[in-house]
Design a protein around this ligand. Structure first.
Ligand code: ASP
Ligand code: MG
Length: 418
């Protein structure tokens, strides 16, 4: 029997009624002849509540017990989904991660999947079970403790199962009807995409389009799992949603597929650092050790013999999430105090946002960056930092212009047109 993976996010299983509606969709696929693996999230809001319990009980919690608590939301929905399917006369059984067993690394709260053996579940399919309902987000470490895969991790569970069982497709049911050219909440002309390439989705996911956990897209790309993102609140339709697929499966890709943004960024500049081998390693090693997620980096042109320095000196600018500024400041100050680094001052600007245009067509088209900069200049928006990759151009701008920039770029690249 061909296998289909169907993942239901928190809003799709938020009430018993919604679980019933999701189960009906599963029933339709079973009737088509699929063996179905259903991956469920916790009811919406549940994981946040559990995280809150843990933090209130123990601010410096033991991550093993954090996982024991926060993984439990998915256990409830897995059992309820199996019961609902049984009530509809669909043979179904629930599986917690450890029962599969879905083996992960021991990195609690952010574990990675190591192995998904298929024999247990396949044996049940062989005995007539039609649906395996698997609790998403959780696994078991080599030490035999329960682990979780990081927030949003059920997406990754779903893709990993699709890869392990060689599923025909992995359908991700959520509360939006697909992937958009940009966030419809800030740009009313945003258009739903029928298809998007893995690489593009990866950039959009990591740039803050919150539809899919980034790791799930990485995994789908590596194992060529066809992913479909669709809403569980609309009529069933085989062409619904957005297919995330290999670029060969997209007939004509536009130069720019989407505009992404990340609102809460900060820009930090280390003023007057020595320009010598090892200085970047010292700065960013310090920040990495402190758990600061550095994104863009710019090293300025160095000045020779500035303020009596023997070699040159320079400035180093980088960006990170705004809620990590304090941590970055402390880590760098500690390194300075310990003699590992020397700088005159650290200037933090906490009012910046990142806006990016993404598209695989950029690999073969010239002038995308120039056009982007012209659009921003026409709107009188100053660009503070620029970074590029093969399929993406990102700029850091003042936060109050973020919406305007997204809308102007969406217009200029005509993303509202199919
Ligand atoms: N329930 C978990 C979370 O809220 C995992 C998931 O839904 O993907 O992060
Ligand atoms: Mg999610």
């Amino acid at each position: 029997m061909p296998v289909l993976v169907m993942k239901f996010g928190g809003t799709s299983v938020a009430t018993l009624d919604r679980i019933r509606r999701a189960a009906k969709r599963v029933g339709v696929e079973v009737a088509k002849g699929y063996d179905v693996i259903v991956i469920v999230s916790a009811m919406s809001g549940e994981t946040n509540k559990l995280v809150g319990y843990v933090e209130e009980t123990s601010p410096l919690f033991d991550a093993r017990e954090y996982d024991a608590v926060v993984s439990s939301g998915e256990n409830v929905t897995a059992g309820l989904m199996a019961l609902t399917l049984q009530e509809m006369d669909v043979p179904a059984r629930s599986w917690q991660g450890w029962q599969v067993p879905l083996v992960t690394t021991g990195a609690h709260a952010n574990a990675r999947i190591e192995e998904i053996p298929t024999d247990n579940i396949n044996a049940k399919f062989g005995e007539g079970m039609k649906v395996a309902v698997v609790a998403g987000f959780q696994g078991i470490s080599p030490e035999g403790r329960i682990t979780t895969l990081g927030r949003g991790g059920s997406d990754t569970t779903a893709v990993a199962f699709a890869a392990a069982f060689d599923a025909e497709r992995c359908d991700i049911y959520t509360d939006v009807d697909g992937v958009y050219t940009t966030d419809p909440r800030i740009c009313e002309k945003a258009r739903k995409l029928d298809r998007i390439a893995f690489e593009e989705m990866l950039e959009l996911a990591s740039l803050g389009a919150k539809v899919l956990q980034t790791r799930s897209v990485e995994l789908a790309m590596r194992y060529k799992v066809k992913l479909r993102v669709l809403s569980s609140f609309e009529e069933m339709d085989d062409a619904a949603g957005t297919l995330v697929c290999d670029e060969e499966d997209i007939m004509e890709s536009k130069v720019v597929a989407g505009v992404a943004y990340s609102r809460d960024e900060a820009k930090l500049t280390l003023v007057t650092i020595e320009d010598r081998p090892g200085i970047a390693a010292a700065i960013f090693g310090t920040l990495a050790d402190a758990g600061v997620n550095v994104d863009m980096i710019v090293q300025n042109v160095s000045e020779e013999n500035y303020k009596g320095h023997k070699g040159g000196v320079t400035d180093m600018t980088f960006s990170c999430p705004v809620n990590q500024v304090k941590r970055a400041e402390k880590a760098l100050a500690d390194a300075q105090a310990a003699g590992a680094l020397k700088y005159d001052s650290l200037e933090a600007e906490e009012n910046v946002a990142k806006v990016s245009v993404v598209g695989i067509g950029m690999r073969s088209a010239a002038g995308v960056a120039a056009k982007m900069f012209k659009v921003l200049s026409d709107e009188n928006i100053n660009i503070q930092v620029i970074t590029t990759s093969e399929i993406k151009i990102s700029v850091l701008i003042e936060r109050k212009y973020m919406e305007l920039a997204v809308q102007a770029l969406h217009d200029a690249f005509e993303l509202e047109k199919a």
